[in-house]
Design a protein around this ligand. Structure first.
Ligand SMILES: [Zn+2]
Length: 201
């Protein structure tokens, strides 16, 4: 792509640094923007600048919002006794979209990953402890997924909570058969987990 005119090459290079965008897609995007009316292209530039300027990280839960504290942390109707811990902010969005949860959140900023060298000090553990020191927290719900990193993070958090916050109970999202699936199509590990975490009817 080095024979592109310089301004086009600049844009292509910036776009292709985004996740999932290769140089060819970046060029297609840049060409599409070139065909836009000038005011539309300006709008794109301005909204990117506004993204940097007006987006805040909530000092309580760590989520992205246009205010600090974020709308969830400042909502008096949310239950302060439950904190749902997620790895990244996009998990919070999905949980909210699913509906039914009226507690608050905490974003860890990733998961422990012994193989990739992600240690507890790389995550927001100190801020989580500050959150848990609030008198009314009764339950920490782990919504971290079922990967090896999620398991490592979950057991670290469980040890930490058991030791330092014995008044807080720690739970995790149920694991098992997805809604609408049949037992015969389940993989062995999911099935084993489902048996282990079976429920009384
Ligand atoms: Zn918040």
């Amino acid at each position: 792509m080095s024979n592109l005119p310089k301004p086009l090459q600049d844009v292509v290079e910036r776009f292709s640094s985004l996740p999932g965008i290769g140089p060819k897609s970046a060029l297609r995007m840049a060409m599409a923007i070139l065909k836009w009316p000038e005011v539309q292209a300006q709008g794109l530039g301005q909204s990117i600048l506004a993204l940097r300027k007006s987006l805040a990280i909530c000092s309580q839960c760590g989520s992205l919002a246009d205010s600090d504290p974020c709308p969830i942390c400042s909502d008096p109707a949310r239950y302060n006794g439950q904190i749902c811990v997620v790895g990244e902010w996009d998990s919070l969005l999905v949980m909210e979209e699913a509906g039914g949860y009226r507690g608050r959140y905490f974003i860890l900023g990733g998961l422990l990953s012994p193989l990739d060298g992600v240690q507890p000090q790389d995550l927001e553990i100190d801020r989580l402890k500050a959150f848990l020191r609030q008198d009314d927290v009764r339950e920490l719900i782990l919504a971290l997924g079922t990967t090896g990193d999620a398991e490592a993070t979950g057991s670290y958090l469980k040890n930490m909570v058991d030791k330092e916050f014995p008044q807080v109970s720690i739970t995790r999202l149920a694991q098992g058969i997805p809604l609408g699936s049949e037992v015969k199509y389940m993989d062995r590990n999911t099935l084993r987990q489902s048996l282990q975490y079976r429920q009384a009817l």
